[in-house]
Design a protein around this ligand. Structure first.
Ligand code: SF4
Length: 277
């Protein structure tokens, strides 16, 4: 049986995505449900806002993969229809309202794009090793502007994103550093493209701020590695994987299995994450 990693001992290279690291930070119990418990506890019903986000991402990725001559605004809207599902919506009527909104988001966004401006990557997987961690991630879009790469992350949620969101995002910093390493081109600029508002939140990292994010990712990964080893050794209890109730519990896929989460938030409809109609 494997043993928990001892403090101060060298650890093996640990593979992680920013999502995994952020899940650990948000709530160790949700981390256990998501990454360690097997069989995985059944999730709650799908969320309508996740359906909308997935369709918009798929349509934009599909649009860039079309041959240049097919990249029209009309085709972008048609791709939303092709990818559309009604998962998580209250009923067919609500789903239809949001299919049209999703279409408007995508066509409004594509109208401002130059279809000749070929991205360096679309849904591009990148990676790098930092300290004891092998970090990987999949980027919505990597642009090549001037001599540098730019990370583009699409957002479809209710809230407009700020410069601070771009600056503080561990995921965006990891993507920038990993894209630079994988694609052998400098990358410091990260952008959050919020489709519902048409706004873009921008941050220009420098090598120092990227390194600070990577050091933080490596430190969180060390905690994950230790928790994973403990879990394998049979230490699966609440002391090692405590519940961390917060406003996020209302959106947690595993809330039904978590007494603290049930106590801290009221049950939300699966379409509650959408803008009020
Ligand atoms: S409901 Fe809240 S406390 Fe429970 S696992 Fe989910 S995020 Fe953690």
């Amino acid at each position: 049986m494997s043993q928990p990693i001892l403090d101060g001992m060298p650890r093996r290279l640990y593979g992680a995505t920013p999502t995994r690291l952020n899940t650990w930070l948000d709530c160790p119990r949700r981390y256990r449900f998501t990454y360690l418990d097997r069989p995985q506890p059944p999730k709650g019903p799908p969320w309508a806002h996740n359906t909308l986000g997935a369709v918009v991402h798929n349509a934009l990725a599909g649009w860039w993969r079309l041959p240049r001559e097919a990249r029209t605004v009309h085709r972008a809207g048609a791709m939303v229809d092709e990818y559309w599902t009604a998962e998580g919506f209250r009923d067919a009527e609500q789903a239809e309202v949001w299919r049209v909104r999703g279409r408007d988001m995508v066509t409004g966004y594509v109208q401002k794009l130059d279809p000749d401006d070929e991205p360096r990557g679309v849904e591009r997987t990148v990676g790098l090793v930092h300290g004891g961690t092998s970090l990987t991630g999949r980027i919505d879009r990597v642009d090549h502007r001037g001599d540098e790469l730019v990370i583009v992350d699409y957002k479809t949620g209710r809230h407009v994103l700020t410069t601070d969101d771009a600056r503080s995002s561990l995921a965006l910093a990891v993507y920038a550093a990993a894209a630079a390493r994988t694609l052998r081109t400098p990358c410091h600029r990260v952008e959050l493209h919020h489709l519902p508002s048409g706004t873009v939140a921008v941050w220009e990292h420098d090598d120092r701020t990227l390194t600070r994010h990577l050091d933080r990712a490596d430190a969180i990964a060390a905690e994950c590695a230790s928790a994973d080893a403990a879990f394998k050794a049979g230490d699966t209890g609440d002391a090692r994987f405590p519940a961390r109730p917060s406003a996020l519990c209302g959106w947690c896929d595993y809330r039904q299995h978590c007494p603290e989460g049930l106590a801290s938030t009221s049950t939300r409809a699966s379409w509650a994450g959408l803008e009020p109609s």
